[in-house]
Write a protein that binds this ligand. Structure first.
Ligand code: GLY
Length: 253
């Protein structure tokens, strides 16, 4: 159950942010509309939204998930692996502070993006990617183990971030695609398997009674509905252009 989310308005500089996609330049007006709908959907799911103003100095800072890992008991401020994004943590730590007595920090030479961290109940899965190195992953593992969680480190083969290809939707179920379909670490879960053509929709989020998914992935929508989930579909085109997904846009706690 989530009570709060942190989101951050996309800045005009967003269009100059990092991306590996060839989907074109984002349309800022359309982007703002999509972000507003995202925030409305979160409110509909029953959470209080902490809304941070845009920061032109950080084009990718609407992707707040990368700057922190939040649990019930403690927060971890990350050390984002992309130099242009590293300073995003300052605003996020300020936003997180009122809610947490215990705040840990990932520090250099460790780097870690929150997009590489999946929590399923008391277990953390930490991806090693271009943004998260072994030192960062080991720091997080040690921190969460000290808090009586378990953690597994997973080198990524094809995905940008761990959560590009996997999501937890409760009830011991994972939405998985690509390299995670056959990874033995996840064999004890029931899997909702997303085919390659629908891969973008594996980045979905369970927020209380709803699974929010990107619009235009009917097979994923039907799979979730047939398993008893209520879904909310959101247009995500302008975020996808900058390698962003639904989970990247909020910190849920
Ligand atoms: N554009 C999001 C990122 O590269 O981190």
């Amino acid at each position: 159950m989530f009570n709060h989310v942190i989101v951050k308005k996309p800045s005009k500089s967003y269009v100059n942010g990092l991306t590996t996609s060839s989907l074109g330049v984002p349309n800022y007006e359309e982007l703002l509309l999509q972000h507003e709908k995202y925030v409305s959907a979160l409110k509909y799911c029953g959470v209080e939204v902490i809304y941070l103003e845009a920061d032109e100095a950080f084009p990718d800072s609407t992707f707040v998930e990368d700057a922190a890992v939040l649990t019930k008991e403690f927060a971890v401020i990350t050390n984002p692996g992309a130099p242009s994004r590293n300073g995003e943590i300052v605003a996020i730590e300020k936003a997180v502070q009122p809610f947490y007595k215990k705040i840990h920090h990932i520090v250099a030479p460790g780097f870690l993006d929150g997009g590489d961290v999946l929590q399923v109940d008391r277990i953390f899965y930490i991806g090693l990617s271009e943004r998260t190195n072994e030192a960062g992953a080991k720091q997080l593992k040690k921190m969460v183990e000290a808090e009586k969680y378990t953690a597994h480190i997973i080198p990524l083969k094809e995905f940008f971030h761990l959560k590009t290809g996997i999501a937890s939707v409760g009830k011991n179920k994972l939405v998985v695609t690509g390299e995670f379909i056959t990874n033995p670490l996840f064999e004890s879960y029931e899997k909702i398997i997303i085919p390659k053509e629908q891969q973008y929709s594996a980045n979905c989020i369970l927020v209380n009674d709803y699974v929010i998914i990107p619009a235009g992935f009917e097979e994923t929508n039907q799979q979730l509905k047939s398993q008893g989930y209520q879904t909310i579909e959101l247009e995500m085109s302008e975020f996808q252009k900058q390698d962003g997904g639904l989970s990247c846009l909020s910190l849920r706690f």
